[in-house]
Design a protein around this ligand. Structure first.
Ligand SMILES: Nc1ncnc2c1ncn2[C@@H]1O[C@H](COP(=O)(O)OP(=O)(O)OP(=O)(O)O)[C@@H](O)[C@H]1O
Ligand SMILES: [Mg+2]
Length: 318
């Protein structure tokens, strides 16, 4: 059996330090210890558990209960090629990935990979999706921090919560998405600023500035005008999301309809979709596919898609 020092170290690594790497190392030490004592099958079993845990979903820290409603762990999904975005944005994402892959090369020259990113743009244009794609490309877990909940539910202790979150960012390599970021990013001089917001924002600025972890920190907002200028220079890059252009709408429709696309000219429906977000167009396509399946038809026709897109546009105008 493992000795008492090993057991205590194991418990400490998990419960006190949230240190998965250390937990894994200690587990392997115990396996080695057992092997030395001739308990080969136990040693192999421990080693197998550790090896199997190296996939993304298991590579996560246990949250203390008081953070579990603020930080959401999601399984990253989506591929880079599924993102329908401008070339400029694509290039920026490629550069983020490239710098991450080559961070050791950069650090030899005292340089850091860009990893503090501000994602700005209209709702449903791919900010959350980008965080997920980056996490999946880098094979890292994706944590989403609900900023609105942090601010509303924890008034008075927001800075302390932020500190705990940044502690996790330091310990656990991952993609950390601060969603609804404008909840704290509002102009510090705004009328309803009761001091708390200023403190929270200042803490955030300080935490993000001091952060030297290996994690990527992403903040997403659809209201850039609410953001304080002091924030911008803390980020290594600003990614700007726009509603899809006509060309992008075409690509999105082709991607989303895929095998369900009937024999109609996609170009003839682009104007109908113009003005809607990527998310709304995606949903219209999914609704069309569902309708076709439920009616035992094979393909999405122009009439169905047009109706669903127009419905979304109408709802949009109301
Ligand atoms: N640029 C895009 N390319 C392809 N699909 C997209 C794109 N943007 C959005 N989608 C589709 O819409 C869904 C919702 O988008 P997403 O959650 O990324 O939007 P968002 O910008 O984070 O919106 P919000 O500001 O409301 O949080 C995605 O899961 C995806 O299916
Ligand atoms: Mg989002």
């Amino acid at each position: 059996m493992a000795n008492s020092t090993q057991i205590k170290a194991l418990i400490k690594a998990y419960l006190s330090d949230n240190n998965v790497d250390r937990f894994r190392t200690l587990s392997l030490q115990i396996a080695a210890h057992e092997a030395q004592k001739g308990h080969l099958s136990l040693a192999n079993e421990i080693k197998k558990i550790v090896d199997d845990s190296k996939n993304v979903t298991n590579k996560v820290i246990p949250f203390t209960p008081d953070l579990s409603d603020l930080v959401l762990l999601t399984t990253p999904k989506g591929k880079k090629c599924e993102l329908v975005i401008s070339k400029d944005l694509k290039d920026k994402i490629d550069r983020i990935l490239k710098e991450y892959y080559n961070k050791n090369k950069l650090s030899k020259y005292g340089l850091h990979n860009r990893r503090k990113l501000l994602l700005v743009g209209a709702p449903g244009t791919g900010k959350t999706m980008t965080a997920s794609v980056i996490a999946s490309e880098l094979n890292l877990p994706l944590y989403t921090i609900q900023m609105d909940r942090l601010v509303n539910k924890y008034m008075g202790e927001t800075s302390q919560k932020l500190r705990q979150i940044f502690d996790i960012i330091q310990k656990q390599k991952g993609i950390f998405l601060f969603d609804e970021f404008d909840a704290i990013g509002t102009e510090r001089a705004s009328e309803n600023d009761v001091g708390e917001m200023r403190r929270v924002l200042n803490s955030f600025l300080q935490f993000i500035e001091n952060d030297s972890s290996e994690s990527l920190i992403l903040a997403a907002t659809n209201n850039i005008s609410l953001l304080d200028q002091a924030l911008f220079r803390r980020f290594d890059d600003i990614l700007d999301y726009q509603k899809p252009t006509k060309e992008q709408i075409k690509l999105l429709l082709e991607n989303r309809l895929s095998n369900f696309r009937g024999k109609f000219d996609i170009n003839s429906i682009i104007t109908t979709a113009y003005g809607l977000s990527h998310s709304e167009i995606t949903q219209a396509c999914m609704d069309a596919i569902k309708e076709v399946i439920l009616d035992d038809k094979k393909k999405v026709t122009k009439t169905i898609l047009k109706r669903l897109l127009e419905d979304r546009k109408k709802a949009y105008r109301n």
